[in-house]
Design a protein around this ligand. Structure first.
Ligand code: NAG
Ligand code: NAG
Ligand code: NAG
Ligand code: NAG
Ligand code: NAG
Ligand code: NAG
Length: 463
């Protein structure tokens, strides 16, 4: 599995985390060259020629000793193999306490079954870094931000509770660390991993491409602040598949920079597929598009989305000042239970990095298709607002059946500054979504490039 803060360019990062059955706790002082241990296999975009164990570098899996320098020196040491087939660093069963560390190119961080990476709760273990260029400042406030922690069915435990407390009490001068942040990277895989209690966002790929995030379990208390699950941000070719998320914020939030900084940086999130996501997010969206979308969001597909007890399904959040666009969004198949809204779009989201934003930078929202939606226990079917003088256009809703809660809102559809068509929608939608009778909203039949990537079978010898 992969981790945070990738330094510059290139990269070939496979963060692969896997489940391996029955691994003995024979960790320390292993002799893997003379190993008679069994082969461990897993699937990944790329296999690696060299293998090392965290214990080779002096790691202690007792849950108390800090391994920050151990992880950093292991990654540093293994970076020598970048041009010689790459390397995998195996984290054996145990509890590995650590602060922030970076990954490197042509590298796999592999957590064995029973391996837990425990995030340190010491601020000093997270070096301060610059704000992202497309955001201009940290999201929690001006000033720097703490580096992210990083990044088998191993576990990464962010131990976020102390950070949430400090955040609520306004005791932090800098933006909280994310759990895993990968920047300027290509060919990233994060799979078969459990992540719990991130201090803030869990997984943040940014300025990156060719990213597979699959078979993940992400868990945070539903009242924890800003614990978004997966936030692809100015990324191309992204697959999020078979993921279960319980979050205090959006389960998935697709982003691309903030107001004038994001407009200037100009890097969209595009060619994204989200498939078989299950979400619980009582106060936020199953999938949010925005609110930071100033590099644009286009060509996104979502299939087989399930949610229970969530605020809204696929929500567009933007505002004057954001600029750019949200377009060519296709959703096919949502099964929702206990929701405040099924459809929610907002053109007045607010939240600007500073007063320097351009209030005339209107976002364009166009061609947003939703089809085959079943929902039960819903308070309000659609709360769909655009921007006055800049309506959101090209909505299409077909085959949508919404069962209402015991005490639903009196007004089921509130549509302003939007336009589009609908067919087979119950309860009957607002007039701005013109009824077309028997029509099916389009869903593309071709595959996105990331969906054609085949994983290889890799292995190493367990000591
Ligand atoms: C990780 O990489 C980032 C970006 O290059 C850098 O700012 C940071 O200092 C690095 N952190 C460590 C612990 O090396
Ligand atoms: C995750 O692990 C399961 C069980 O071992 C395996 O079937 C699946 O292919 C793995 N996922 C990925 C992306 O490798
Ligand atoms: C790290 O790399 C050097 C060679 O560059 C090697 O001699 C050393 O043994 C490696 N491993 C550890 C555990 O430091
Ligand atoms: C990984 O662990 C999570 C939670 O412990 C579990 O729900 C999931 O089924 C496991 N995945 C695999 C492939 O075993
Ligand atoms: C309508 O959507 C439901 C739920 O996804 C699906 O089972 C059904 O086949 C769809 N009907 C048509 C005519 O596509
Ligand atoms: C409908 O939406 C508009 C624009 O978002 C809002 O100003 C208005 O208060 C809403 N009306 C109701 C009854 O919720």
């Amino acid at each position: 599995m992969a981790l945070s803060q990738q330094s510059a360019v290139t990269i070939n990062l496979v963060a692969t985390l896997f489940l391996l059955g029955l691994i003995k706790f024979s960790i320390i002082e292993c002799r893997r060259l003379e190993s008679t241990g069994s082969d461990v296999t897993y699937t990944a975009i790329n296999c690696r020629k060299h293998t090392a164990f965290l214990t080779d570098f002096g790691g202690k899996g007792d849950g108390k000793t800090s391994n920050t320098l151990v992880f950093r020196s292991a990654v540093q040491n293994l970076s020598q193999f970048a041009n010689d087939g790459g390397a995998q660093l195996v984290v054996p069963p145990g509890k590995w306490l650590t602060g922030s560390f970076n990954l490197t190119s042509h590298f796999t961080l592999y957590l064995q079954f029973g391996a837990v990476i425990l995030a340190s709760q010491e601020e000093g273990e997270y070096p301060l870094i610059e704000p992202l260029p497309s955001y201009g400042r940290g999201r929690d406030g001006p000033g720097g931000r703490f580096s992210s922690l990083i990044g088998g069915n191993g576990t990464i435990d962010g131990q976020g509770s102390l950070w949430w407390k400090k955040f609520h009490k306004k005791q932090l001068k800098n933006t909280r660390p994310y759990l895993i942040e990968l920047m300027y990277s290509k060919q990233i895989q994060i799979s078969n991993l459990t992540m719990i209690d991130s201090p803030s966002w869990f997984v943040h790929p940014v300025y990156s491409s060719d990213i597979i995030m699959q078979d993940l379990t992400i868990l945070a208390p539903v009242d924890s602040p800003n614990t978004d699950g997966i936030n692809p941000d100015s990324c191309k070719n992204v697959k999020i598949q078979d993921v279960f998320i319980v979050s205090g914020d959006d389960c998935v939030a697709v982003k691309s920079g903030w107001d004038e900084y994001g407009i200037k940086f100009g890097m969209p999130t595009e060619e994204t597929i989200i498939r078989r996501l299950t979400c619980i997010s009582p106060d936020s969206a199953v999938i949010a598009l925005g609110s930071e979308m100033s590099g644009g969001i286009k060509n996104l597909r979502a299939e087989d989305i399930r949610a229970i007890n969530s605020e809204s399904a696929v929500r567009i959040k933007t505002a004057p000042g954001r600029g750019a666009y949200v377009k060519n969004i296709f959703v096919d198949g949502m099964n929702l239970k206990t929701m405040k809204y099924v459809f929610w779009t907002t053109g007045s989201y607010g939240q600007h990095p500073d007063p320097g934003y351009d209030p005339k930078a209107f976002p364009r929202v166009d061609r947003i298709n939703y089809r085959n939606v079943v929902a039960e226990d819903v308070k309000m079917a659609g709360n769909m607002g655009g921007i006055e003088g800049d309506p959101f256009t090209g909505f299409c809703l077909s085959n949508v059946t919404i069962g209402l809660a015991e005490k639903p809102k009196k007004l089921q559809w509130n549509c302003t500054d939007i336009s589009g068509v609908s067919s087979g929608v119950t309860p009957a939608p607002c007039e701005l979504l013109t009824d077309k009778e028997s029509m099916e909203c389009e869903y593309p039949s071709d595959k996105l490039p990331i969906d054609t990537v085949e994983l290889m079978t890799c292995s190493f010898k367990e000591f």
